[in-house]
Ligand binder design. Sequence first.
Ligand code: X6L
Ligand code: MG
Ligand code: MG
Length: 173
Amino acid sequence: MNEVAERTRAYLGLGGNLGDPATAMASALRMLDAHEAVTVATVSSLYRTPPWGKTDQPDFLNAVAAVDTTLPPRALLELCLETERALKRVRIERWGPRVIDMDILLFGRERIAEEGLQVPHPRMGERAFVLAPLSEIAPDVDVDGGTAMERLAGVEKAGIERLPGGGDWWRRD
Ligand code: X6L
Ligand code: MG
Ligand code: MG
């Protein structure tokens, strides 16, 4: 009885561009870390990034977090969505401004194609706002058959700014 649950290293993308996204992202990481089945292992610096997709909106703050979890992917997704809701994310328009967005980028080496759950995140290998923070904490992790660092070298990075202060920003009281 009582099997030891397997732990998986997952990478989460965090972003926001409404209100105080740094505070919302910090709260989100603390809420995840407080869950018995999730440990926040490493967090990147915060990055100020120009909006992608829908460009007539404020700059984003983005970061990536490595988490270790015994949850299956679907449960981790539900926890992320629940955390967004707890932080009062309101979904008004697709790709529009938001206080907090948390996406599963990678879940170990698993490949998942289900309703609402595509892992690896389908376009992460094209987005500097994901690859810059990911390369900071996991330069060698596999993204589309290359490393995060290699993928970052091949994308447009204009306007992306790493903020000072390192990866402890989410712990500050
Ligand atoms: C054509 C059409 C080309 C759409 C690109 C790109 C759509 C990215 C959505 C696209 C297209 C997205 C963030 C963001 C969004 C973020 C920054 C998305 C979803 N989320 N920009 N735009 N950071 N900097 O977290 O990623 S909306
Ligand atoms: Mg997103
Ligand atoms: Mg999302």
